[in-house]
Design a protein around this ligand. Structure first.
Ligand SMILES: NC(=O)c1ccc[n+]([C@@H]2O[C@H](COP(=O)([O-])OP(=O)(O)OC[C@H]3O[C@@H](n4cnc5c(N)ncnc54)[C@H](OP(=O)(O)O)[C@@H]3O)[C@@H](O)[C@H]2O)c1
Length: 320
């Protein structure tokens, strides 16, 4: 089979497409023919081996898996002897933030990990685009007690995480202000945002309106910039560590001090996220944003584009 291979951590030009052995499923695994995967920001971190802490999961010094890829949507080709919940021919999607070797024509995955059947009306591309960013978005949302009618500001509303967060928050009945650039105002309005702030015309940190939550889905702000935007007791969450990794210690400091808080979202329970997302997909409350599609042969270009930090939603790798 064809697979994207790299044998050391490094930039996109370390990847090449090679012919390798098709994996054979163990007794508890399914073999999936991959139809779509994404190149996402987690893939970029795994490709580079940065931040270094990532290497504790993906291989210290040298990547454990030469094949990249963390999410997939495809068709079950074969199942191991002990597998009871899947059968050949079913359409499935899944995600693992430390790697699934999904940038290949086939992959194997244990049946009891984060893999689910794809709802009938959802395409392979839509399913693949519903995994990584939406999982992290859900892990912002499930770290705080949200109530319908509360006000939340989402910075970076056009990213994979932000575009999923806006839709999830709207499905829960929150009032959402979304920050994006001029060219994406129409997109973000279509995602359901109640108010859109164009960051090329206005600095959202200088606004007078106050919020119960500020979610910075692209990690471009700091707690101190956003503190005036928060109502008393309001919560700030960023997807990045911030200057001097402050978002790691501010949660404890702000908890001790009381008042406005910082929460750092350590993502967990991927299968729980996929179930939550699947329910939104089935009820039409979440439609993943897809930016572009690349064939597997152009995966290095896809990585370069995603690493630029300028994608809108998700970038698909297609397997024709
Ligand atoms: N903590 C975690 O576990 C975790 C996991 C995964 C990812 N991350 C991090 O989360 C961040 C977001 O990931 P993602 O996949 O959603 O990102 P992404 O899709 O790459 O985000 C790109 C989007 O961000 C927008 N953007 C860039 N600069 C902006 C700014 N100054 N203000 C507002 N929007 C801006 C861009 O819009 P424009 O076209 O307007 O520039 C683009 O649409 C990344 O920094 C990633 O490293 C964290």
């Amino acid at each position: 089979m064809k697979a994207a291979i790299r044998r050391k951590y490094g930039p996109p030009d370390t990847i090449s497409i090679e012919m390798v052995e098709t994996p054979v499923p163990k007794e508890n695994e399914i073999l999936v023919r991959v139809h779509a995967a994404t190149v996402n920001r987690t893939d970029c971190a795994i490709l580079l081996g940065k931040p270094f802490v990532m290497q504790f999961f993906t291989g210290l010094g040298t990547p454990k898996s030469p094949t990249t890829g963390t999410d997939f949507a495809g068709q079950v080709e074969a199942v191991g002897k002990e597998v009871t919940s899947f059968q050949a021919g079913e359409r499935v999607w899944g995600f693992n933030d430390s790697g699934l070797a999904s940038h290949a024509q086939y992959l194997t995955i244990p049946e009891h990990t984060a893999v689910l059947k794809i709802p009938e009306h959802i395409s392979y591309e839509q399913a693949a685009a519903s995994a990584e960013g939406a999982h992290y978005a859900y892990n912002f949302i499930n770290k705080v007690a949200l109530k319908a009618g509360q006000k939340v500001l989402v910075n970076g509303a056009t990213g994979a995480i932000g575009s999923a967060a806006v839709q999830m928050l709207k499905s829960m009945g929150l009032y959402v202000t979304a920050v994006c650039n001029t060219s994406n105002v129409a997109l973000v309005t279509a995602l359901g945002a109640d108010k859109v702030v164009d960051y090329q015309k206005e600095d959202f940190t200088q606004m007078e309106e106050q919020y119960d939550f500020v979610f910075d889905a692209v990690g471009k702000s700091t707690f101190s910039w956003c503190k005036p935007l928060l109502k008393p007791g309001g919560t700030y969450i960023s997807s990045e560590l911030g200057p001097h990794a402050e978002n790691l210690y501010l949660p404890l400091l702000t908890k001790i001090r009381g008042g406005k808080k910082v929460v750092f979202p350590i993502p967990s329970d991927i299968k729980g996220s996929l179930r939550f997302i699947q329910n939104l997909l089935e009820t039409g409350q979440f439609k993943p944003v897809i930016d572009r599609k690349y064939p597997l042969e152009q995966i290095a270009e896809a990585y370069t584009y995603v690493a630029s930090g300028q994608k809108t939603g998700n970038v698909i790798i297609g397997f024709e």
